[in-house]
Ligand binder design. Structure first.
Ligand SMILES: Nc1ncnc2c1ncn2[C@@H]1O[C@H](COP(=O)(O)OP(=O)(O)OP(=O)(O)O)[C@@H](O)[C@H]1O
Ligand SMILES: [Mg+2]
Length: 331
């Protein structure tokens, strides 16, 4: 809201207040009515609603963010830009967009979800249409699965009923009870409507470490063969990724037909991060803190981290996590 608009609102309010004081009961009720109307207008102006003023996909913004802020993830970057742009520009999608983000810890899965949210919703992750579920936090007790199931279904239905452009992020999907994954399946499918509600314009994002090791192995093989990381293609990781996710007994994915029913539109691999990417993360964090870029400090931060496998020490064990606290130490 511009300053001039705020002044205009205040002016209207003051004038209405003066009217209420000065006139008889009829004028007073007119004044109160006016107050209420102005109040409603101001409320609507500030309060997020499910319309294009608050929800408008910025394709260029997403591309720039992925290019400039996400390091070392050429595959994820490419897939996500295409998937989200294609979906958001389709006025009549046949099903909701379902992305499953996989990879080692600290490689940018939550970070990318945030970038997507920021380029779809004006309020980004703070939008009332973006919902994050973390399995260990929201669904911790296996004995309560039946309750969680009905709550989750009601929650999804209620939210999509009030805004079809809703986004649901399920974190730690590999720790989620298979029964719970099963209960969200109908919403991901090709249904025109379920109980009168259409879910086809919503976005579901699943985050997990499932398949992380197979992605690391493929990336390591590339590195050992002296090949350029950016030459890695989706097909290089795709098969081993879906096999390892599918064959992992511990992973909830295994027990469900999410995969074999093709409900997931894109499996997105996140590669393990190397020294160079850690330096980039440290420099980005300095920028975010309005500090001048200091290559020596960035190097120091990157040197402090632990790298694996033991013999080669190529990938950061914690990815770009803990960079913030390390930077506190050096600055
Ligand atoms: N590839 C990346 N490019 C830029 N910054 C990154 C990247 N990966 C991680 N970061 C930084 O590190 C922080 C932690 O990363 P994030 O939470 O996205 O990791 P994650 O993949 O979700 O890990 P986990 O599997 O442990 O949940 C991010 O907020 C971001 O600042
Ligand atoms: Mg995460």
């Amino acid at each position: 809201m511009k300053v001039a608009d705020i002044f205009l609102c205040l002016n209207v309010l003051l004038t209405a207040g003066a009217l209420v004081n000065a006139f008889d009961p009829i004028t007073t009720s007119v004044g109160v009515g006016l107050f209420a109307a102005v109040g409603r207008t101001i409320y609507k102006y500030f309060h997020e609603s499910c319309d294009t003023k608050w929800i408008a996909f910025n394709a260029t913004g997403l591309k720039t963010d992925l290019d400039e802020k996400l390091f070392g993830q050429h595959l994820a970057s490419r897939i996500i830009l295409r998937a989200v742009s294609g979906f958001m520009s389709n006025e009549n999608p046949k099903k909701p967009l379902v992305l499953s983000l996989h990879g080692w810890t600290g490689t940018g899965k939550n970070f990318v979800s945030k970038l997507i949210a920021e380029n779809v919703y004006k309020e980004g992750m703070h939008s009332s249409f973006v919902h994050v579920f973390t399995s260990t936090l929201h669904f911790p007790h296996p004995s309560l699965i039946a309750t969680y199931k009905s709550e989750l279904q009601q929650w999804i239905k209620g939210n999509v009923s009030s805004c079809e452009r809703s986004m649901f992020i399920f974190d730690e999907m590999d720790k989620m009870h298979p029964g719970l994954i099963d209960c969200i399946k109908p919403y991901l499918d090709y249904y025109d409507k379920l109980d009168g509600v259409s879910y086809r314009k919503s976005i579901f994002i699943f985050l997990s470490n499932a398949g992380g090791e197979s992605i690391v192995q493929t990336t390591l093989d590339f590195w050992k063969a002296g090949r350029i990381r950016e030459e890695m293609e989706l097909k290089d990781v795709e098969t081993s990724l879906s096999l390892s996710v599918f064959n992992n007994n511990k992973s909830g994915f295994f027990h469900t037909s999410l995969i074999d029913k093709n409900l997931v539109d894109f499996f997105v691999p996140f590669l393990p991060l190397e020294y160079l990417h850690i330096v980039q993360c440290a420099l980005a964090e300095m920028k975010a803190r309005n500090l001048p870029p200091d290559m020596d400090v960035a190097d120091q931060v990157a040197k402090d981290l632990v790298y694996f496998p033991k013999s080669e020490r190529v990938f950061s064990v914690k990815g770009c996590k803990t960079i913030e606290s390390k930077l506190d130490y050096y600055t």
